[in-house]
Ligand binder design. Structure first.
Ligand code: 5AD
Ligand code: SF4
Length: 436
């Protein structure tokens, strides 16, 4: 019997890429490929890339260069670039790095088997179209193999918001929602295979409109899926947090008390220049309404420092907003110029100021994060266990607030959902004891 061919996928960037990588592996599984976790023995290498900041895009080219010896040793090796760098740079990639055989954009990965066949014939295979057909319909149903207790499920792609710093509307295109029946079918399928928690994904997931009542409608439909215990969603725009969704946070049992709601800046002047279409004040009022619906909700955010024209006062406004909101989790970045976006043309903040601001902002966010985490000590949370921990006899899972929780117990299995008393707060996780 011949050996199955091996596929190595390296995923960069957001959770939507993690989902896409799984689906690409499934598409190639239909062609006899099995996944391997090293490039060294692969017959096909796919880099599923991110274009959101300059560094992310540059990493791809340095990684590709490292594959040269592998390609020389095995000329049949296929090297593909998928994801947002593929979409943004297309044929440029092959011009800059001729080792690459396949370039496939995020809307075309269902065509990967054809592209691989074309590459096998010695031609370069490029596809960065936004095809009429729906890639989700064209992908084979997920194989019935068992899987871990948590899964991502993409329900919406693309963005129409056009924040002045962001490449997403160009790389992922206009907002598109998957029909609810398709999503529900996929969710039930995941649950049959052991999944207990589903995170709904979209670049602008709360703009989802594939179900009556939008994302809240979909969440309520998922709430009725037997065996599904937890629902999360990410990433959201403040302007799409409608009343029904806020309400669901207070009333829908399976919807977890964690919300990632990026604000980017706390300065109205900068928010305007970012084309965010909301103010610092309206964001703070929104958080108040969400907390009124679900008082213990953990709020997470994204911040950009050093956006063009940002002054010390603008930065101070961002720090003030952070103090008002009190974040349990956050991601922060120095502004990175992205060619083709409106902000790229503007007067840039110098690098030293960006560095200093990022440090100050991250120190505050880290402090808040730790305080929120420390406050969990003495509380009972519910942990969905995922895998063994580093120490013998230890299991790790996530609380409803997405904190990692370690428990030493002999009778806990992945997929178990158990009440746990938090006894200690560590640098990046909590320690707990089972409540019996
Ligand atoms: N520079 C820095 N950060 C950016 N983000 C998006 N575009 C840029 C950019 N050009 C950040 C935003 C967004 C997150 C996914 O990445 O904070 O919410
Ligand atoms: Fe980018 Fe998000 Fe703004 Fe859309 S809403 S343009 S994805 S930052």
């Amino acid at each position: 019997m011949s050996q199955p061919k091996k596929l190595f996928i390296k995923t960069y960037g957001c959770q939507m890429n993690v989902y896409d990588s799984e689906r690409m592996a499934e598409a190639m599984g239909g062609q006899g490929y099995v996944q391997t976790d090293t490039a060294d023995d692969a017959d096909m290498i796919l880099l599923n890339t991110c274009h959101i900041r300059e560094k992310a895009a540059e990493k791809v080219y340095s990684e590709l260069g490292r594959f040269r010896p592998l390609k020389e040793a095995k000329p049949d090796l296929k090297i593909g670039v998928a994801g947002c760098v593929a979409q943004a740079e297309g044929a440029e990639i092959v011009a800059r790095q001729p080792l690459v055989d396949i370039v496939v954009g995020p809307q075309s990965y269902h065509r990967l088997p054809e592209l691989e066949a074309k590459a096998a014939s010695g031609a370069k295979a490029l596809d960065t179209e936004f095809p009429e057909e729906d890639k989700f319909n064209h992908l084979a149903r997920r194989p019935k193999a068992a899987r871990g207790p948590t899964a991502f499920l993409t329900v919406q792609e693309g963005c129409d918001k056009f924040c002045a710093f962001c490449v997403v509307p160009y790389t992922r295109g206009a907002e598109v929602s998957r029909p609810a029946d398709q999503v529900l079918r996929e969710a039930r399928d995941l649950v049959e295979r052991g999944v207990k928690e589903i995170t709904l994904l979209g670049q602008n997931v709360n703009a989802y409109h594939g179900h009556d009542g939008g994302l809240a409608g979909l969440i309520w439909a998922l709430n009725d899926v037997d065996g599904l215990e937890r629902i999360r969603f990410t990433t959201s725009h403040p302007n799409d947090m409608d009343d029904a969704l806020i309400d669901a946070h207070g009333t829908c049992e399976k919807l977890m008390p964690y919300l990632h709601l990026p604000v980017q800046s706390g300065s109205d002047r900068i928010l305007k220049r970012m084309n965010r279409k909301h103010s610092a004040e309206s964001y703070i009022r929104l958080i108040e309404r969400i907390r009124a619906a679900r008082p213990d909700i953990l709020i997470s955010g994204d911040f950009i420092v050093g956006f063009p024209e940002e002054t010390d006062q603008d930065f101070a406004d961002t720090m003030a907003l952070i103090r008002t909101v009190n974040y349990g989790q956050a991601f922060s970045f120095k502004y990175s110029t992205r060619p083709g976006t409106p902000a790229a043309e503007r007067v840039q903040v110098d690098e030293a100021a960006k560095d200093a601001r990022l440090q100050e902002l991250q120190a505050l966010l880290k402090d808040q994060q730790r305080t929120v985490q420390n406050a969990m000590v003495g509380k009972t949370v519910h942990v969905l266990f995922e895998k063994p921990g580093r120490e013998t006899g230890q299991m790790v899972g996530k609380s409803e607030y997405l904190h990692a929780v370690h428990v030493t117990a002999s009778d806990v299995l992945p997929g178990d959902l158990r009440p746990v008393l938090i006894v200690a707060s560590n640098s990046n996780s909590l320690t707990g004891e089972l409540v019996t």
